[in-house]
Design a binder for this molecule. Structure first.
Ligand SMILES: [Zn+2]
Ligand SMILES: [Zn+2]
Length: 239
């Protein structure tokens, strides 16, 4: 199955040394999938950042942002290399909605470089935020799962397909913060499979494409903790 998916996706890849974003050919691109000009346009999150959710904060006098002071978070920490703006935002949109599943290689590589630089690799398992089955049928792939499996392979951390989305929720960007939180309540559950039992008492890295209000990853973290996972850490491409 994996070989089939890989070879199918291979057909859709731009040629080697071609930037996934702007299609420029340059031999220095190599295994990065992005040219220097496009990479410069990816805006990095710069400190001071909230110690919990990595939101930029005004001064180093505070540790947490206002949201993290107001709401309890089920995850330990959430990290992202990029700010959800400009070219990063457009590229994630293309990754999700314009049938560019192979973008997982580009973003996966960015995440791995970032995680290694920040010593953010000490996890027992990698888990991704699931799509509702009806959405998965339409899109054909779950972008978070593609990223999760890529990270798992490159970092030699087992990937666990444990979460399922039991409730269909409206598109997040069209809702207010409080209605997102309400809609997502009990939206996820852990698949009842014997091989999922060993995630109990482990440190799990949860992956999603974007951190918006944090309600999705928070609800997934809550579900994992209720199942018996010891700690949940989050990574997203951008926030
Ligand atoms: Zn480019
Ligand atoms: Zn925060």
């Amino acid at each position: 199955m994996k070989e089939y998916v890989e070879s199918f996706l291979e057909l859709l890849y731009p040629e080697k040394n071609t930037c996934f974003i702007c299609n420029t050919y340059n031999e220095s691109i190599n295994d990065k999938y992005i040219c220097i000009d496009c990479e410069r346009k990816f805006i990095k999150l710069e400190p001071p950042l909230c110690a919990k959710c990595s939101k930029p904060i005004a001064s180093t006098d505070h540790i947490f942002c206002r949201d993290c002071c107001t709401y309890d978070r089920s995850f330990e920490v959430s990290k992202s290399p990029y700010s959800y703006k400009g070219l990063v935002k457009d590229s994630i949109y293309n990754f999700k909605y314009y049938n560019k599943p192979y973008f997982y290689k580009l973003f996966g590589k960015c995440l791995i470089d970032y995680m290694k630089e920040n010593n953010y690799t000490d996890f027992d398992y990698i888990v991704s935020v699931p799509l509702h089955p009806s959405k998965l049928r339409i899109r054909g792939y779950n972008q978070a799962e593609l990223l999760g499996r890529y990270l798992s392979e490159k970092l030699s951390i087992p990937y666990k397909d444990v979460l399922k989305r039991t409730k269909k929720t409206p598109k997040q960007s069209q809702q207010s913060k409080s209605s997102r939180r309400k809609n997502l309540k009990n939206a996820f559950s852990v698949k009842k499979l014997p091989r999922n039992e060993n995630i109990k008492n482990s440190r799990v890295l949860l992956i999603d494409d974007v951190y918006t209000t944090g309600s999705t990853v928070d609800e997934c973290s809550k579900t994992l903790l209720n199942f018996g996972v010891a700690k949940v850490y989050v990574i997203t491409i951008a926030r």
